[in-house]
Design a binder for this molecule. Sequence first.
Ligand code: S3P
Length: 431
Amino acid sequence: MSSMTISRRTNAVKGMITVPGDKSISHRSIMLAALSNGTSTINNFLTGEDCLTTISAFQAMGIHIIQNDSEITVHGKGLYGLEESSQPINLGNSGTTTRLLLGILAGTPHHYCLYGDESLSVRPMDRVTIPLSKMGATFDGNQQGRLLPMSVRGGEVQPIEYTLPINSAQIKSSILLAGLFTTGVTKVVEPVPTRDHTERMLTAFGVDIGREGNTISLRGQQQLEATDIEVPGDISSAAFFICAAALKADSDLVVKDVGLNPTRTGIIDVLKRMGATIETRITRYIGDEPIGDVTVQGGPLNGITISGADIPRVIDEIPIIALLASQAEGKTLIKDAEDLRYKETDRIQAVVDILHSMGVDIIGTEDGLIINGKPSTLKGGEYHSYKDHRIGMMIAIASLLTDEEITLQEPDCISISYPSFFAHFDQILED
Ligand code: S3P
């Protein structure tokens, strides 16, 4: 088992950084480019392992994709251009690849076998296979078809109208992607808004997609036209350093060229509500996605409640918010976030185990966390990443708050979403 020692006691987090490309947008860029007619170029693609998994999956289905560092060229073959793969397709650790791909394969008239790593193999897939089966695709897999390994037989799919039972952009996207292959109008109702990168990117590929209130409608059989995409910096990656800066009194950090799509900026609102000094400035739009700079200074924080419609806007940031809350004066209550139990690991349990061992007053509930915070020094020692990139990065940032060293077990998972994390961390620490 690999491990690394981290010791990063500092008074301030300072300077200017750019973070790697957005994970959600990178996945979608490969998928839509593959289904389009013509050649698309993608710039600032995230070369983290999850997004490389999306590339290899589409290569396995006959799509010619050339990678030159973070510049990717995809030779799309149209809606029905995917080939059957002679081998089972490995989806590694990537839930987004799997769930969105299941939507595409539902409408593709072939048979596929999909599998993943230990973590992906216990993550629920019935949240997408239930609506996709209603549309006409056939799935079978472990635990009555709930889990990978899974086989898919797609073909003629019918449109549906579906209200999301879980506030998940992955489910919404999967159904919309399957909707492309139908000969009617697919409607997805989302009671609470979730990230809308699929809708915005479909528009960039020339697809007419409608939103009325909380209902998204898509007419099938529209052709996607190849386009060039520039991926904004990932605000979920930036969140680790934004929070690091908020935690240290003398900090002053600027994150440049980060995605500021309002379905993703919950972390900014949370920090403002906790009393942090933070500003955003949209500098331009790439396609339909706003991009800009975030400036954050350190200072005292207070506890808050995060619930309901806040949750999908901060779903990936909750581990780092929990660390922040440990240093905020008073109680932070996080609820309505049960889905955290089904991420790369059970993030409620992992955060409680780790922060409790560091000396934080924290308890887990069925759907969230209760943290009684106060500015304090945390305990160093040995902590496990649970092979979850966002847990690993939370532990690394906690090293700003300990006097002793932290030994992080299994740090390699961080390259799932942020291969250059430690290099960037070192860049912004004041000696
Ligand atoms: C994602 C949606 C979120 C998020 C995941 C990426 C996406 O999952 O946690 O990291 O790209 O659509 P859910 O939609 O299941 O909440």
